[in-house]
Design a protein around this ligand. Structure first.
Ligand code: IPE
Ligand code: IPE
Ligand code: MG
Ligand code: MG
Ligand code: MG
Length: 307
């Protein structure tokens, strides 16, 4: 789907969200398919009302270099499956122990821990099945894309970041007053737990479109910067935002001794760091001129959003 550039960013995001949701509807097994319980649990969290930002970033990156829209949409939807799996597991009692997500009770609160764990597993697995079956690109390029995506969400990416995030919180709790970790560790946690998947959304979109190595690296550099900025904004919303608009609890990072930018750098300095990252990300897009406009707007949106 391409749009006239004169619609606002909010209108644009709404249109794209609907477009991605329709594809997710096609990909997920129906609720009445056996075994119904797991399909119900998967659909519950996917359709609880996420912003679909990773799919939208992926679509924009793919369109920047021009590609077949149908397989690109499959890839975009697969990214949302991975993201939703990460949220279902992130909320589990053994991780962040949250009760509210996307404005609804968390998956394990509705379906129990066992089904929530399995629903997460199944969403992650379905994502890779979807990408593998998408006919996105010639086989060699598709294999690289799958490898890069897997790398981004494993222990050298998202899972690695989550592990250090949890370890740092446990350390802070055991040594009351230990405070947040050093800025290098904090940067690693945020870049890995959240930046990796956001960066992969953009990178795989560009790869699917057959972008040149130089373009793939440029888009990845943009992705790494906005991905980090996105998690800093998430930390800030936990301090400054409201549960009603976010659809999740606020103030929980402090209570759980989480390593956050505001805890280490303070609110204003964190806002400055996020704004600087977004400026740098937009500068990376300069060679694309008008074609990169939406991605430039998205970067700004990612840190100014209220939800
Ligand atoms: C929340 O992500 C979790 C983080 C990685 C910070 P989003 O803010 O994109 O959540 P949804 O998908 O809109 O619910
Ligand atoms: C989420 O980070 C990162 C994931 C990989 C899921 P948070 O734990 O800060 O996300 P929220 O605040 O619960 O959405
Ligand atoms: Mg977490
Ligand atoms: Mg959490
Ligand atoms: Mg958070």
């Amino acid at each position: 789907m391409t749009h006239a550039l004169d619609i606002t960013i909010d209108e644009y995001l709404e249109i794209e969200r609907t477009y991605v949701d329709a594809e997710l509807q096609r990909i997920l097994p129906p609720e009445d398919e056996y075994p119904q319980s797991i399909h119900r649990a998967m659909r519950y969290s996917v359709f609880a009302g996420g912003k679909r930002l990773r799919p939208i970033l992926c679509l924009e990156a793919g369109r920047l270099f021009g590609t077949n829209e149908r397989p690109l949409l499959r890839l975009a939807a697969a990214l949302e499956l991975i993201h939703t799996y990460s949220l279902v597991h992130d909320d589990l009692p053994a991780l962040d122990n949250d009760d509210l997500r996307r404005g609804k009770p968390t998956n394990h609160r509705v379906f129990g821990e066992a089904l929530a764990i399995l629903a997460g597993d199944a969403l992650l697995t379905l994502a890779f099945e979807t990408v593998a079956a998408s006919g996105l690109a010639p086989p060699e390029r598709q294999a690289r894309l799958v490898k890069d995506l897997a790398h981004a969400v494993g222990t050298r990416g998202m899972v690695g970041g989550q592990v250090v995030d949890l370890a740092a919180a446990a350390h802070a709790e055991e040594n009351s007053g230990a405070g947040p970790p050093d800025s290098v560790t904090l940067h690693y946690i945020h870049a890995a737990k959240t930046g990796s998947l956001i960066c992969a959304a953009l990178r795989t979109g560009a790869l699917a479109a057959g972008a040149s190595e130089g373009d793939v690296e440029r888009i990845s550099a943009y992705g790494a910067k906005v991905g980090l900025a996105f998690q800093i904004a998430d930390d800030l919303l936990d301090v400054l935002g409201s549960s009603e608009s976010l659809g999740k609890a606020v103030g929980k990072d402090g209570r759980q001794h989480k390593s956050t930018y505001p805890a280490l750098h303070g609110v204003e300095e964190s806002q400055r760091i996020a704004a600087r990252l977004v400026d740098e990300a937009r500068a990376v897009l300069a060679p694309y001129e008008e074609r990169g406009r939406r991605l430039g707007e998205m970067a700004h949106y990612l840190i100014t959003r209220q939800r």
